[in-house]
Design a protein around this ligand. Structure first.
Ligand code: MN
Length: 237
């Protein structure tokens, strides 16, 4: 399998997993940097992640210009992806979603922070980007590169930023690592909210977050979860 074929296959698997785990509703999306050209990325045309197939995937320039779109309609929010790839040469995968569990932390001043070891890869510092600050009252869709770049600036060198009144973005080096962060961001949101209902959470420390992240992102942890996610989504590992 060529590197491009492998990337397309992995991108379809990532779409199916985030849909199957209820991280992405029909409006989320997943992209991967083009393995043969770092100035391009691969992203489905405007289709629900649960339905995405290899033939649906379009190549885009980082500024969002489609290379092989044909008569299909692209996602209006593809600027999220291009702007992050532009700002972050270390990032190869971007997931944008509107997880219903995460959104309460994107509309309040309650900071999300890992409450348990398996959630450590979400990181110690999760910012919230507020489109309203620079762009006023909009429909909240990130449709211009200026908006995408502003989001990427808030993300900085982190892997996750929440998006106020909207959802979140998750960026990572590999498909497996990024999918794990998106899934466990949602898990942490559920657990943190539950903990806050019965008391004050005693969060992981920064040192514990670093140690647990190393463990969770090692093959012994990541491969085990990946196999189960693939099986549930009816995709080959
Ligand atoms: Mn969105």
């Amino acid at each position: 399998m060529s590197e491009l074929s492998a990337a397309l296959d992995a991108l379809v698997t990532a779409n199916r997993i985030v849909a199957n785990e209820d991280v992405c509703d029909s409006y989320g999306h997943v992209s991967i940097r083009h393995p043969d050209n770092p100035d391009r990325y691969l992203l489905s045309y405007s289709r629900a992640p649960s339905l995405v197939e290899v033939a649906d995937i379009v190549t885009f320039e980082l500024d969002g210009t489609p290379v092989d779109l044909g008569d299909r309609t692209p996602y209006s929010e593809r600027a999220i992806h291009g702007a992050i790839y532009e700002a972050r040469p270390d990032v190869n995968v971007v997931i944008h979603n509107h997880s219903y569990e995460v959104i309460p932390f994107a509309v309040t001043d309650v900071k999300m922070r890992p409450v348990t070891h398996t959630c450590a890869p979400i990181g110690a510092d999760i910012p919230v980007w507020d489109m309203r600050e620079k762009f006023g009252e909009t429909n909240h869709l990130v449709v211009t590169m200026e908006q995408g770049r502003d989001l990427a600036a808030t993300l900085g060198d982190r892997s996750i930023s929440l998006m106020k009144r909207h959802g979140c973005v998750v960026a990572g080096r590999s498909v497996q690592e990024t999918v794990m962060k998106a899934i466990y961001l949602q898990v942490n949101a559920k657990l943190q909210l539950q903990a806050m209902q019965i008391g004050t959470p005693d969060y992981l420390t920064d040192t514990e977050i670093a140690a647990c992240t190393d463990m969770q992102q090692s093959p012994i942890s990541l491969d085990r979860a990946w196999e189960a996610w693939c099986r549930r989504a009816e995709r080959a590992k």
